[in-house]
Design a protein around this ligand. Structure first.
Ligand SMILES: Nc1ncnc2c1ncn2[C@@H]1O[C@H](COP(=O)(O)OP(=O)(O)OP(=O)(O)O)[C@@H](O)[C@H]1O
Length: 270
């Protein structure tokens, strides 16, 4: 499928990477995402928060090609993305999942190698014949994969089976696998779910380090301390709609956000 051109809007903070415009996702009579637009620029860490069932994961699925939005448009670096996860990864967006999706009976290293397949060129015939091109590429892939494992702190466990890693390390492995596709934008769906405070702090550092490598990050998270420490901007989804978007102080001080989290309607003239 071809990727068609649109115009990428450069912004004050840098080049726009992801531009979601007026995205709507309906499941029968339920509008899970209702007209949401969001831009992520190069060098940014953007947070997506909202109460349970607000539509955050559904929006992620629309961005990453798992769902075809009912309406709206998603582009990356000015190219409209085809709604196919493989094509989205190839274009430069990688993600992790709320419910960890690793190949549990494969080793840690093999899991990262799977993440590299969108960046390898040698075809299936070459792989079967194990020609020189394939062997060279395989060696390069392994070296790169080890580099990503080193980066997330799992190099010492490269030969362990993924299923034997503690939960927090499985989340790190998912991040290494996503990074192995060399994305420009990484989408993290609840990266600290199930982590203890120490692991959460380490994940915070890891996300900063990812940004410092030149990868922008869009992150869904329920841990507010994590989000407000980390993010340049935060968008709040409530019942499928974007209620507020701004820096930490703006969002934290917004009465409507507080009301949405407490489950009480906010009256405009209070
Ligand atoms: N495949 C689907 N079919 C039908 N309804 C769905 C589907 N996926 C999500 N929904 C509904 O869409 C709404 C938004 O769900 P979603 O999982 O996106 O919310 P969320 O903000 O990610 O929630 P949480 O914080 O609990 O993960 C919910 O009402 C959910 O039940």
């Amino acid at each position: 499928m071809s990727i068609s051109e649109t115009t990428a809007a450069p912004t004050a903070s840098g080049t726009a990477l992801l531009e979601a415009r007026d995205v709507i996702m309906r499941f029968g009579g339920l509008t899970a995402v209702n007209n949401v637009s969001l831009t992520v620029n190069q060098g940014e860490i953007i947070g997506l928060i909202g109460p349970n069932g607000a539509g955050k994961t559904t929006f992620f699925n629309c961005l990453t090609g798992l769902y075809v939005p009912t309406e709206g448009q998603v582009s990356y670096r000015g190219q409209i993305l085809p709604p196919k996860p493989f094509k989205v990864t190839q274009a430069g967006m990688a993600r992790t999942f709320q419910n960890i999706r690793l190949f549990h009976n494969m080793t840690v290293l093999e899991n990262v190698l799977v993440g590299r397949h969108t960046r390898t060129k040698e075809g299936i015939i070459s792989a079967i014949l194990r020609g020189p091109g394939y062997r060279r590429e395989e060696a390069e892939s392994r070296a790169k994969a080890m580099e990503y494992l080193e980066f997330v702190g799992l190099a010492g466990k490269a030969e362990h089976l993924a299923r034997n890693l503690p939960y927090g390390e499985q989340r790190k492995l998912e991040i290494a696998r996503a990074l192995a596709s060399e994305p420009g934008l990484l989408l993290l769906d609840e990266p600290t779910a199930g982590m203890n405070p120490q692991e959460t702090r380490a994940t915070e550092e890891l996300v900063f380090a990812i940004r410092d490598r030149g990868v922008a990050v869009l992150v869904i998270e329920h841990d507010m301390r994590f989000i407000f420490n980390l993010c340049d901007r935060v968008a709040v989804l409530v019942q499928g709609q974007k209620l507020v978007e701004g820096d930490a102080a703006t969002v934290q001080g917004d009465e409507r956000v507080i009301a949405a989290y407490l489950g009480t309607p906010y009256e405009e003239n209070q």
